[in-house]
Ligand binder design. Structure first.
Ligand code: DGL
Length: 270
């Protein structure tokens, strides 16, 4: 494995691009190889066994490329695997531990909310990760199954009434518990963070796991002396299991700018 190998990032679809965006900002000299399983999204409504099988196939695809680290940028995959790495021959992180650490550092009251897909909330993994760091923390979780569909279909404007209504339904019970920190435990939720922030109120700190995982990757590669050579300009390469055109059209909602890098459509078996 060489320092000039890429960082491999995968997600059930396009949501992991929130991690890519952060990685590009933090580590402009690193190449990124991204796999988005756009043909099989959503993972969040599937069983633990299916999510694990998909995640292993995603990792096997990335391992066919020259990579030096893997980030599972998907909240659902990270929750289902818990603290188990999916590879043992290179650095690996999901979004779970970086987000739990950031939430524990941010909270003053020890009351932390977690929102995610049904599979994420069912796993209880965010709660376990938080309590391992802060045993007295109170963790309040709620699944928000409609959010992924609303974001995928472009209902993301701050004044969008459908998304606000869904957000009020999902967030009111968490707000009522008086949390001061909320983990946006799914890749899609940072895209509607303004709506979530409006409902939760000013005093509540929002944690974006994809961004925290990117920061974790940066410190991990720095401390292992695995950063690319100085002066190298990093490039992104994207692989998706469904249409390239659909990816390019929707990716800008997650990146907040058009896709920069080559995009390939692929079969996982290839
Ligand atoms: N990427 C998933 C997550 O972060 C959301 C979409 C899905 O359900 O696959 O949980």
């Amino acid at each position: 494995m060489n320092n000039n190998y890429a960082i491999g990032v995968f997600d059930s679809g396009m949501g992991g691009l929130t991690s890519v965006k952060e990685l590009n900002e933090l580590l402009p000299g690193e190449d990124i190889i991204y796999f988005g399983d756009t043909a099989r999204i959503p993972y969040g409504s599937r069983s633990r066994e299916t999510v694990l099988r998909y995640a292993r196939e995603d990792v096997a695809f990335l391992l066919k490329h020259k990579i030096k680290m893997i980030i599972a940028a998907c909240g659902t995959v990270s929750s289902v695997i818990g603290s188990e790495p999916l590879v043992d021959n290179m650095p690996f992180t999901g979004v779970l531990l970086p987000a739990a650490q950031a939430a524990c550092a941010a909270t003053k009251t020890g009351k932390i909310g977690v929102i995610g897909t049904p599979a994420t909330i069912r796993s209880g993994s965010f709660g376990k990760a938080i309590k391992a760091i802060m045993p007295h923390a109170k963790v309040i979780g709620n699944a928000c199954p409609l959010f992924v569909h609303l974001v995928e279909n472009g209902y993301t404007a701050r004044d969008c009434q459908i998304t606000r209504l869904a957000a009020e339904e999902y967030l009111t019970p968490i707000k009522a518990e008086g949390v001061d920190t909320l983990i946006l435990g799914c890749t899609h939720y940072p895209v509607i963070k303004d709506i979530i922030a409006d409902i939760m109120g000013e005093g509540v700190k929002l944690i974006s796991p994809g961004a925290e995982a990117a920061k974790y990757a940066q410190s991990c590669l720095m401390s292992a002396d695995m950063l690319n050579e100085e002066g190298h300009v990093g490039k992104n390469t994207f692989y998706v299991s469904d249409s390239r055109e659909l990816f390019e059209e929707n990716a800008k909602h997650f990146l907040e700018h058009p896709v920069s890098g080559e995009v390939f459509s692929c079969n996982l078996g290839e």
